[in-house]
Design a protein around this ligand. Sequence first.
Ligand code: NI
Length: 393
Amino acid sequence: MNNRDFILPDILAHEADMLAIRHQIHQHPELSFEEVATSDLVARLLAEWGYEVHRGLGKTGVVGTLKRGTSPRSIGIRADMDALPIQEETGLPYASRHQGKMHACGHDGHTAILLSAARYLASQADFDGTVHLIFQPAEEGGGGAYQMMQDGLFECFPCDAVFGLHNMPGYPTGLLGFRAGPFMASSDSVHIKISGKGGHGAMPHKAVDPIVVGASIVMALQSIVSRNVPPLETAVVTVGYFHAGHASNVIPDTAEMELSVRAMTFEVRQLLLKRIEETVQAQAASFGAAAEINIHDPYPPLINHAKETEFARQVAVDWLGEQGLIPDLQPITGSEDFSFMLEKVPGCYLLIGNGDGEGGCMVHNPGYDFNDDCLSVGASYWVKLVEKYLSNS
Ligand code: NI
């Protein structure tokens, strides 16, 4: 038995159509906040199936609403629609037709999964309450979830709970993974500009060398995780770039670097940012240089709510049995802007295995592709979740 054996018969009957939609989206990838054709397609299908469709939240976001019965209860399910600035190298017949753009994170698959569930929910699902299907832009950069919320997502479409999923290479195809509590890391990009005093490479005593200051900062930063963060906590401080100078005999005026900072809790995140600020400023001052620090693209840690995660897990266990789940799923130091939604509304972010075979690619790789065998499993799961959450009985 595998999870494909549990796909709802009507979802299986429409699988070929839904795969065609997935491949169409894959062929026409669109970057953050440019998901015009994708959101047109999503909105058109939802309207065809009888959803009340709202557009424009977060620029290209789409919300499809379906009401049934009299219950005031409501559930939100979210998919992301954006692609990445990567040149595809899969050689697939439905490979990207857009130069330098690619669905390398499987958001085409997440969108198709939710569309497949949407079709079923509208045509025959049994529930009492309101379903809001949230198709968001710009997960990869720009915080599309946050932008939709700024535009009133949960005020216009109140949800008692919200759920989302991501495919994950390295786990068996179609297995579902759940973890309550801190599940994905916060992410802060910290830009540092060091201002020294340029000069002749032969006369360093008449300059303040920002390269030496920067090198010293890189080394000093290494002690934050090893000496300040409690040993049982998770934290990452990576210096992703360090740019300065262009000639051996010239000391430049400035140096720039950027850090990726990750933590699984709000407390550790605050500790990291505070210690980075103190370390950078003190190091710079000790050389007579100045440092300017700017944080951009701040994503909070993704914390799954205990009650909703247990509910979502139980729906999967009742449907698939324990063998249909990823055992002992561990937290991930990647980040995800669904974390913003979970700050406002209780819910759960779960994984679906994208396959663990030889030659499988990690997401964000030019050879990656979403596994089509997951589509109907994911769609059937969303249906089961909605029917249980908005159960008549
Ligand atoms: Ni992704």
